[in-house]
Design a protein around this ligand. Structure first.
Ligand code: GRF
Length: 222
């Protein structure tokens, strides 16, 4: 018997192509998920159009009633209120380009008591933060890729759950790498959410010796 879908809330800032993959997989029932809502810190994020087109709840937390940009704390308090109303089982940061403070991270932990994951365009722990593709090229790394990790109060430093890896090709530029990593992300994020939905990871007890998979789980798509 099919169990209840995993309720996910997605935080975005931009195009939302990763969100689109999740929407498509929900519709085709390739993933047993229910996207309960999408939060954007930018009113002009194309991800909002994608969500609305599919009838998914959206919350824009960009400017307040006086037209002033929300402060970091203001954004986080509002976002927590929205999440509490939506009651997701999992919070997913997919192209969410704002650094979160412990106010939000602890809030998700304490008030909602659900895990939060982030999609990052590098093989963590290498290249936390921005400009990952440029830095990979500058160092001359032979491999690059993306990671999904648990969000903790230290930037891009929570337990890495999964990674997808590619070989850096002669002639790769930061644009070509960005494009190739983006394509990998479209596979890695739904794959990871599937593993979570299937309880393959015990996210509440990651030190547990009986994890079904050694972490991080790495895959090497063709
Ligand atoms: C991805 O490259 C992700 O790694 C980065 O932002 C981008 C999001 O892409 N943090 P999209 O908005 O899902 O198209």
């Amino acid at each position: 018997m099919q169990k209840n879908p995993l309720k996910i809330a997605v935080l975005v800032s931009g195009s939302g192509s990763n969100l689109q993959v999740l929407i498509d997989k929900q519709l085709s029932q390739d993933l047993n998920i229910d996207i309960v809502g999408v939060i954007s810190n930018r009113a002009d994020a194309f991800a909002l159009e994608r969500a609305k087109k599919s009838g998914i709840n959206t919350a824009v937390i960009d400017k307040d009633d006086n037209g002033k940009k929300y402060t970091r704390v203001g954004f986080e308090q509002k976002a927590l209120d929205v999440l509490q109303a939506w009651q997701p089982d999992l919070v997913v940061l997919a192209g969410f380009m704002r650094i979160l403070t412990p106010l939000f991270i602890d809030g998700v932990n304490d008030k909602l008591n659900v895990p939060m994951i982030n999609l990052h365009p590098s093989l963590l722990p290498n290249y936390k933060g921005l400009d990952t593709h440029e830095r990979v090229l500058k160092t001359g790394d032979k491999q690059h890729g993306c990671s999904v990790h648990l969000v903790t109060s230290e930037l891009d430093a929570g337990q890495v759950l999964t990674q997808a890896v590619l070989d850096v090709a002669v002639g790769d530029t930061s644009d070509s790498l960005a494009q190739r990593v983006h394509t990998l992300e479209h596979q890695l994020l739904p794959f990871t959410i599937h593993l979570i939905e299937q309880n393959i990871f015990d996210l509440k007890n990651l030190d547990h010796a009986h994890q079904l998979m050694a972490l991080p789980y790495r895959f090497y798509p063709n």
